[in-house]
Design a protein around this ligand. Structure first.
Ligand SMILES: [Ca+2]
Ligand SMILES: [Ca+2]
Ligand SMILES: [Ca+2]
Length: 182
């Protein structure tokens, strides 16, 4: 009986966690998973064919921007930006500024990974009301790269998983563990 109970519960948990975040807009498409090592500009650029500017490789210093459009929403939201080879271990901020609809965002998350040659998905919570107009123009300034090139794979705006759903998941999980322990 134990397995008969556990399997459907695990499936329910998997389904619940998948439906937890809503994707509002994706700019470009994801070609590299978090943590992928890419060895050259050419290797990074090959799968970017056909994607809109400024997807591709950027040099120092540069400012580039793109616009997300979506149905207006009051949801709390998360901006994910995938960059390759940011080399945040160099002094100062390699992402010097990030504006969303002209509002400056915290750039400290871009210092989180100090390794080079890898793709990282940087996740930035957006201020409440950021999705109210149905469009978000993102402007990103690179600086202090020491001649390095940085790849831009894709960007995405999604909802933040709701605490209520997480609490529900936690409750179901603890119930499962209690039953398994009997
Ligand atoms: Ca692609
Ligand atoms: Ca740095
Ligand atoms: Ca891409």
């Amino acid at each position: 009986m134990r397995n008969a109970f556990w399997l459907p519960t695990a499936m329910a948990l998997a389904l619940a966690s998948q439906s937890n975040a809503t994707i509002f807009s994706t700019y470009g498409d994801q070609d590299f998973a978090e943590g992928t090592i890419v060895f050259s500009n050419d290797e990074f650029l090959l799968p970017q064919a056909g994607e809109p500017s400024p997807i591709g490789v950027q040099f120092d210093p540069s400012t580039f921007q793109w616009t997300h459009t979506f149905a207006p929403s009051a949801d709390a939201s998360l901006l994910t930006i995938s960059l390759w080879d940011l080399d945040a271990n160099f002094p100062a901020n390699q992402v010097a500024s990030l504006l969303v609809n002209g509002v400056a965002q915290d750039v400290s998350p871009f210092e989180a990974f100090q390794d080079g040659d890898r793709v990282h998905l940087y996740q930035l919570p957006l201020a409440p009301g950021s999705l109210s107009t149905g469009s978000a123009t993102v402007s990103l300034t690179l600086d202090n790269l020491s001649g390095n090139a940085v790849g831009f794979d894709f960007a995405q705006i999604s909802s933040i998983p709701e605490p209520a759903s997480l609490a529900l998941l936690g409750g179901v999980l603890s119930l499962c563990l209690r039953r398994r322990g009997r």
